[in-house]
Design a binder for this molecule. Structure first.
Ligand code: FAD
Length: 460
């Protein structure tokens, strides 16, 4: 009896319980990827993520071919494509991994119905199912620390399962070439991405083994320094499921990570973001703290444009935005600085920043992106307090003390001595061609605090 494996955002063969079930006992299997743009709507992947997906599908197709199976790519509504393929192949079951974002949950339900219940969902995109993690009073968690404590107390997740050595692949009519999905950008702004990334399961495994051998030990001390490779760089691989959190967890344990280790805690931030998204699906667009709906944003397309282009006059902000544009990724510490700057110094809605990240990050994640933006903006459940306003100069001097990061991404300031590299306008001869700060820190801070006070008064 044929099995269908429906790939969603889990483009890997190892630790893939859906694949194991679909191919159980060596039965014939049809691996399928369905590009269902209508289902995704406004949350269809942005430009950078599409670039990644294009290459990841190529890698997945190669890995499947090496084991004897052909990846079937289709466009259209999943609830129409999958029953058609089931009828064509005589498959009685479609196996897939559970997906957690609102549109994918609705899609799962439609497919389930269209297949008369023959859709079997498996778990391995997360360590713990969001609906099963509950506080002592049986409520969802809204604060990270007790959430992570509960997950550490639950013990290590089961070990990952290996990839099957061979598959009995079968073909079905109606497949399309990957190019038909038109995932690559028409303007080739992604041309430098291949220098930084190798999408696909092999690229993920390679990055993990490099990090386990060289990066994990010093992670706690090095993770906040954007001028060095102090973090794993695994986020886009996790986003597309080329590696599972269980694989990461066990690799970290094998490399010596103990107890609530700094790296494992970060993996749990991702879990927490999915927990929030599951219980508060409106999080993608609406502030989780309702008083923020009345926030007096001062929309300004010119300021938003300066932020996007990395021309705010603050080198640490501009370096981050230019790293993002050039590589599709930005260091976490700098993400916090640029997000805080957009929302607090420039008073632009966090949704604008979320949308720009959504379009330009290779790791743009349906849960971590809105959760992190809400955290920075102060409107998330467990958020940084609104009145904590990063000073972009002091942040630069603290986390990039020798200016290695800003010199790399903002060549205009590269020749300045260290003491001016984060405050170029104070240099005896400020660099020509680099903008003066678009806002002055003290005035912007006072304006942000006044805006915050206004919504607090409304809420009182
Ligand atoms: C404004 C803002 C937007 C963000 N948007 C995204 C996004 O779209 N996609 C995304 O994956 N991460 C996002 N993050 C979280 C974090 O910046 C990235 O996960 C991290 O920089 C990825 O680099 P890494 O893989 O080297 O991380 P590492 O430090 O090596 O961490 C390992 C993994 O843990 C997870 N992780 C680490 N930090 C966080 C965090 N704060 N929240 C959630 N998960 C985390 C990621 O999956 C990451 O790959 C955002 C953070 C901010 C402040």
């Amino acid at each position: 009896m044929t099995g269908i494996l429906w790939f969603r955002a889990d483009l890997r063969l190892a630790d893939n319980p859906a694949l194991h079930a679909a191919a159980a006992g060596g039965r014939p299997v049809l691996p399928v990827f369905v590009w269902d743009e209508a289902a995704m709507g406004a949350r269809a992947p942005g430009g950078a993520a599409r670039w990644w997906l294009h290459h990841s599908l190529a890698s997945l197709a190669r890995d499947l071919a090496a084991r004897g199976a052909v990846l079937h790519i289709a466009r259209g509504r999943a609830e129409e494509v999958l029953p058609r393929l089931a009828a064509a192949t005589g498959a009685t079951e479609v196996h897939a991994m559970r997906a957690y974002e609102p549109w994918a949950r609705a899609q799962s339900e439609r497919v389930h119905k269209a297949l008369s219940g023959a859709l079997v969902l498996h778990r391995s995109a997360l360590l713990h199912e969001p609906h099963l993690v509950r506080t002592g009073s049986s409520a969802p968690y809204s604060v990270y620390t007790p959430f992570s404590r509960a997950l550490f107390a639950a013990g290590d997740p089961p070990p990952p399962i290996p990839a099957p050595a061979r598959l009995a692949g079968i073909a079905a009519p109606g497949g399309e070439p990957r190019e038909a999905l038109a995932l690559l950008p028409t303007r080739n702004w992604a041309e430098a991405f291949p220098r930084h990334w190798r999408p696909g399961e092999a690229g993920a495994a390679e990055r993990l083994s490099r990090f386990a051998a060289r990066g994990l030990k010093g992670y706690a001390a090095r993770r906040n320094t954007p001028g060095i490779e102090g973090t794993s760089g695994l986020s886009p691989h996790l986003r597309w499921g080329e590696i599972s959190p269980r694989q990461l967890w066990h690799a970290a344990r094998e490399a010596g990570a103990a107890g609530p280790d700094a790296f494992l805690k970060e993996i749990l931030w991702r879990e927490f973001a999915y927990h929030l998204l599951w219980h508060r699906p409106e999080m993608e667009a609406e502030p989780l703290r309702p008083e923020f709906r009345a926030f007096p944003w001062a929309r300004d397309p010119a300021l938003l444009g300066a932020w996007r282009k990395g021309r705010t006059g603050y080198p640490i902000v501009d370096a981050g935005m230019r790293q993002l544009w050039a590589t599709g990724w930005m260091h976490n510490r700098v993400r916090m600085i640029v997000a805080s700057f957009l929302v607090k110094h420039l008073l632009q809605p966090w949704q604008e920043g979320e949308a720009w990240f959504w379009d330009t990050l290779v790791d743009a994640d349906p849960a971590s992106n809105p959760a992190s933006w809400q955290w920075v903006a102060g409107c998330g459940m467990d958020a940084a307090p609104y009145f904590r306003i990063f000073n972009p100069v002091l942040q630069g001097e603290k986390f990039d003390p020798d200016g290695a990061y800003v010199r790399r991404w903002v060549p205009e300031v590269a020749a300045l001595p260290d003491r001016f590299v984060h405050r170029p306008w104070e240099a005896p001869s400020p660099p020509p061609g680099y903008p003066k700060p678009v806002v002055e820190h003290a005035a912007a801070r006072a304006r942000a605090l006044a805006a915050f006070a206004a919504i607090r008064r409304e809420a009182a």
